[in-house]
Design a protein around this ligand. Sequence first.
Ligand SMILES: [Zn+2]
Ligand SMILES: [Zn+2]
Length: 616
Amino acid sequence: MKEMSPLEELRHSCSHVLATAILRLYPETQLDIGPPTDNGFYYDIDLDKKLDADDLEAIEAEMKKVIKENQRFTRIECSRAEAIEKIHASGQTTYKLGRLDDVPNSEQVSFYQNGEFIDLCAGPHVGYTKKIKAFKLLSIAGAYHRGDENNKQLQRVYGTAFPSKDELNEYMTRLEEARARDHRKLGKDLKLFHIDEAVGAGLTLWTPNGAVIRQELQNFISEELRMADYDQVFTPHIGKLGLYRTSGHFPYYKESQFPPIVEPGTVERLAQEGCSCGDLSNQLDSGEIDGYLLKPMNCPMHIKVFDSQPHSYRDLPVRLAEFGTVYRWEQSGELNGMTRVRGFTQDDAHLFCTEDQIGQEIKGCLDLVKLVFTTLGMSEYRVRIGLRDPDSTKYVGDAAMWDKAEDALREAAQTLGVDYIEEPGEAAFYGPKIDFVVKDVIGREWQLGTVQVDYNLPERFDLNYIGADNEKHRPVMIHRAPFGSMERFCGVLIEHFAGSFPTWLAPEQVRILPMNDDLVPQAREIEKLLKTAKIRVTVDAIADKLGAKIRKCHIDKVPHFLVLGRKEAEDGLVKVNSRANKALEGLKTPAEFMGELLQNIADKTLPDPKEETPTA
Ligand SMILES: [Zn+2]
Ligand SMILES: [Zn+2]
C-alpha cells in the first residue's frame, strides 16, 4: 500500500467513483489511471466521444448516485495470473494490463471493488462512498498515455473532493479568484502584453501599457543597484559558440537552446562539399566550425567585461548588472503566458569578489530583494538554501571552501529575518545557492530567482586578480537574478495586484472625466499641468454619461480619476475619486491633487487593502 494522507485517500476514492460513473454512462471507456494530486484527483480515460461541460455535469450527477448508494470499498488481493483474468473479465485490457506490469514483483497485486466497479489499485481507500461529503469535477484536458507524445492522447478528467461542503466552497472561491487574476486574461484585458504566433510562441511582445510597468520596475531596481555600487553594462544578444564552449553552456545544454547560427555561406559551402545536416551539427559540437549562439546566459559576457581589464584586490568586489535578454528552447507544452517563455530579460548581475567577501555580497543581494518585495507588498516570502550533498563527490572546489560559502549563505539568511529552509543536495555542482519563493495576496507561492555562488566559471575562464601579496588569485563569482526575469516577475505582479497596480506602476495614473463637451478645454488644461510633472494622465473626452465613463475607469483599473463638472470648473476645483488610495479623495485644486499624487508616487504607496473583488 502506498502512503496517502486522509485527504489524498478521500480524493483518490472519489476518482474511483468518477470511473464508476463514467463506465455507467459510457461503458465503452477504457480506463488508464486515477491518482490524487496536490489539489484533487484525476482519471485518464480513453473515450472517442469528446467530453464537454454538459457531460461533466451528467457524470457528476451519476457520481452523486454512486455516493448515495454508499458502496463499500473492498480490497481484493490476488496472484498475477488471477489479476490478468480479472482485467480481462472487466474488459479493461487496453491500459490496465500494462499497469499491472508496473507493479513490482515484490508487491502484492490488489484490486478495489465498489459496487459493480473493480479497479486494479494499491489503495488505500475510504471505507464507504458516503465518506465523500463534497466533490466537484473541474475540467478536462488532453494527456498522453504515460506522458509520452508518441502514445495515444487520452482525456484527463480533473476533480477535487473535500471532507466538508464548506471546505469545497472555500476552495472554489479561491480558484475563481485565481482565475480572475490570471495574468494571461488580465494581460489581454488591460493590454499589457501580447504573444503572437507570427512572432513565435513564448516570445513576449510588451505592448505600451505593459512596457510602462516594466520600465518603472527596471528604473526602481536600477536605482537601488546604483546605490549598492553596481555598475550597469550592456552586452549583445548573440555570442560566439567558442565562448559558450569555454563556459560549458554548449554543447552540454544544447537541448534547451535555440540551434546555433552559422556565418553566411557556411551552409552552402558544406552542401557543395557534400556534407549533411548531421555533419554540420557534429562539426558545430566539436568546434570544427564556429558559429554564434543566441545568448542562453549573460554570465560569459559579463566575465569578458570583467576580464577586459586587470584587477587588483582593491577593485573587488566588481558588480556588473544588466537587464540581459536570454533565449532558451522550452518545449511548446511548457510555455505559459509570461511565466514560461522562450525569450526573457533577467534582472541579472554578476559579482566578482574574494572568498572573504562572499558573505557580505550575499547579504547585499538579500537586502535588495527584501526591499523590492516589501515595496510591492509581498512581505511574505521564504528563502531556500541549496547546500551540497555531503555524500557526493560531484562538486568542484575543496570542502573548506564550500563550508565557508554555505555558512555565509546561512548567516545572510538569518540576518534577513525571514523563514528559510536548508536543502542538502540542491546546490549546483559549482556552488551553493539561495532562491526565493514569494507569497502573493491570495496565498499562492511563486518561485522567483536565485543567488548562486560559483567557483567553476572563474576557473574555466582563468580569471584572476592581484592580491595584497602581489600574487595572482582566483576571484569567486556570484550570479544573481533575484526576480528571475522581467517577464515572470511582471506576470506574478499582474496576478498579485489583480491588475490594480499601485500608482507608481500604473500605465495610466489619472483620467480626467469632463461632464460636458464644453468642459473639455479645461480638462485639457489640467491634463497639461499634470503632464508637466510627468504624471501619466488622459482625458476621456468622449460624449458619454458620467456613469459610463466611471465604469470604464474601473474596467481599465485606472487608480485615480478626476470628475470635472460645471460647478467644480467654476470654482477651479476637481472631484478626486481614487480606486487605489481613498486618502486622496475629495474636492481640491488640480495643483493640490498633483502635489499629493507626486508624494504617493515617490513613496510607492501600495493600493488600500482591497474591498472590491477582481471580477472584471
Ligand atoms: Zn484506488
Ligand atoms: Zn550568471
